[in-house]
Design a protein around this ligand. Sequence first.
Ligand SMILES: [Zn+2]
Ligand SMILES: [Zn+2]
Length: 390
Amino acid sequence: VAEIDIIPLESFHKATKQHCAERAVYLELQTQLYGQDMQLVKGKGSTVENDYVNCLNEMIASSTSPEEALLKRCSLYEVENSDGSPAEIGVLEKITCTRQNEFEKHRHNFQNELAGAAAMKQHCGETDTQYAGWVHLVEHNAYGDHEARDAMLGFISDSIRSLGPHKHAPVTDQDVSDLREKKAGLHKMAVEFVVRMRMVRYFAQLKDLEEWSRSSGSGTKQVAPCCCCQKQFQLLDDVLLLGLCGHTLCKDCFRSPKHGGTCAYEGCNGPALEYHATDMEDLINRETTVAGPKHFGSKIADVIKQIETIKAENPEDQILLFVQYRQVMKVIGDAFKAANISFDTITGAEGPARTAEAKALRAFKDKALPVVERKSVLILNASSSCAAGQ
Ligand SMILES: [Zn+2]
Ligand SMILES: [Zn+2]
């Protein structure tokens, strides 16, 4: 039976404006899940296996549904920011740098694989049609990104240039089938190459726009014009940045019906629906100060702000915070510690932890305790019966 008295209820929703770096990280996962038809594909079952997918899979491995993975993704956002730069620049620089490194690593592996394939192709000659077909696809921009196509064609030329002398030897069925298998691997790597190149592009653009918005008026910083009509941007709020291909468009080109939900940049098949676009007004209107050396994401920052407002109005108020996932409870706890908010956590754990949690619950409700000794917040696991006050 619930021991907490009936609490008068007034309900309202408060939307959190995510930082655009957070939105991009969220879109990454969403794209991955859409690619899997919103099925959670964990570990070996994946149809396309590569570094990038494995990394995202790790992220969703602890979730029981795609919705849960996405919900966690927009709550959990922890970035170390130790270099003392303004927090948002720090967040952007950190992600830009990580994505750039991952991209370089992948490009290196891709080029190695292409060198191997070129040697096999040299040996198989006309007997092969599969690899030749794949090169043809690349030439015709089958991966939907001009810049990536040009880079891949460059790698293919390099792989041919670095070939040794052709040793004529009989071509076996096995040789041909090996090359076919190699080609299947190259296809996956090409898909990943495009995704990674786009992410690098997105974060580079975002960083430029951020800096541009900070230097507004000084005119020292230039940003790329609209990818479609080449118009130079005068105002930040005329710029839209597409989350999945990283191209910047003016609002006119973005809304032009002739592009029908696809990026207006020639040769780019990046999706361009309303929610794929980051409105740059969001970027400048967001408060940029984040307390402490760690940034826990906009959503948790908003929760903290809300609690601080309540405590400022009435220091005696105590707050119940219901959280759906244990992983999120842990991160919120860390964020509260960093923000000096006193709290206890009730996870509904079994065993010895149960006694400690029961004690914490009693202390939270103990009106005999002086206000300073009572915890400000009780974090409850919404998916456990203990959240009902039992
Ligand atoms: Zn335009
Ligand atoms: Zn694009």
